[in-house]
Design a protein around this ligand. Structure first.
Ligand SMILES: NC(=O)c1ccc[n+]([C@@H]2O[C@H](COP(=O)([O-])OP(=O)(O)OC[C@H]3O[C@@H](n4cnc5c(N)ncnc54)[C@H](OP(=O)(O)O)[C@@H]3O)[C@@H](O)[C@H]2O)c1
Length: 262
């Protein structure tokens, strides 16, 4: 990990557990200071104290709901006095499954804020500064679910489609200016959030990637871009992108049912 390309600070939205925490620990071990953002203060502090004990980098935490109106401004304020050379926007999984019109519409508008508006504003804010400096990196974490509409998670899959398309455009625009952009598209990954959702990791033939390996792949692919399918999810992604759309939607529905059902 190149300190001179991505340091001295990284801001990690969703940095308290799973893939975000794995990124934080790897970056801190390489001497890059990290700002960890998530809602629950306990897990944030756990990761921060691991980094402090290792002693190779500074750490800040920001307990914040990224689905709120002032979220991006609060991230900007928390980084006003430092140079952010790497933005990782990891927060963004679905946590409940039900039909779009059965939910309160605020579920959808909060998803739009957390997975579309806030990463857009932060990519603009930090990306502009990185371009001016001629170095830096941005990773937007996506999902293979973003390649087809997902029943019972329609807004989530729509928001993930937005994230990888944004990453592709930014990759092309910022690359000539020395700024690396990656849409890191995850397949099934064994995160605490997925464990809380009841993801079955013991089904024969089903393999969930570890957060550590996903973060490692992300860091290795960042300088290449624009998209990396982690944990061997390339084949599933290609199938979804090329098959008839109705079949793709059915395939996402079946995959999520198989992954989460009792
Ligand atoms: N795990 C998988 O199988 C899988 C598959 C495909 C794609 N992905 C993508 O990978 C990323 C990480 O997923 P994950 O499974 O680790 O679950 P996640 O629920 O996105 O949690 C990851 C981190 O984000 C934080 N977070 C979630 N909502 C937040 C909010 N509103 N405000 C601030 N922080 C928030 C969490 O902490 P708090 O809860 O304390 O806020 C945690 O630190 C997501 O973008 C997801 O779409 C995951």
């Amino acid at each position: 990990m190149r300190l001179e390309q991505y340091g001295p600070w990284a801001a990690i939205a969703g940095g308290s557990e799973g893939v975000g925490a794995a990124f934080a620990l790897k970056l801190a071990a390489a001497g890059i200071n990290v700002l960890l953002i998530a809602r629950k203060p306990g897990p944030l502090e756990e990761v921060a104290s691991q980094i402090r004990s290792a002693g190779s980098a500074s750490v800040r935490t920001l307990s914040l709901d990224l689905a709120t109106a002032d979220a991006a401004e609060r991230v900007k304020a928390a980084t006003d006095d430092v140079e952010v050379g790497l933005l990782i926007y990891n927060a963004g999984a679905e946590s409940t499954f039900s039909d779009f019109v059965d939910r309160d519409v605020s579920d959808a508008t909060r998803m739009i804020a957390r997975n579309i508006t806030v990463p857009t504003v932060l990519a603009h804010h930090f990306g502009g500064r990185m371009r001016a400096r001629g170095r830096g990196g941005i990773i937007l974490v996506g999902s293979t679910g973003g390649y087809a509409g997902g029943p019972t998670m329609a807004m989530y899959t729509a928001s993930k489609a937005f994230d990888y398309i944004l990453a592709e455009g930014l990759w092309y625009e910022l690359r000539p200016h020395g700024v690396h952009v990656l849409g890191l598209v995850l397949g099934a990954t064994d995160t605490p959030a997925m464990a809380r959702m009841g993801m079955k990791t013991d089904t024969p033939g089903f393999v969930a990637a570890s957060p550590e390996s996903v973060a490692q792949e992300g860091l290795e692919q960042l300088a290449i871009g624009p998209i990396w399918h982690s944990g061997g999810s390339e084949e599933f992604a290609q199938q979804l992108r090329t098959m008839p759309r109705a079949d793709a939607v059915r395939m996402v529905a079946e995959a999520s049912e198989a992954m989460l059902s009792e």
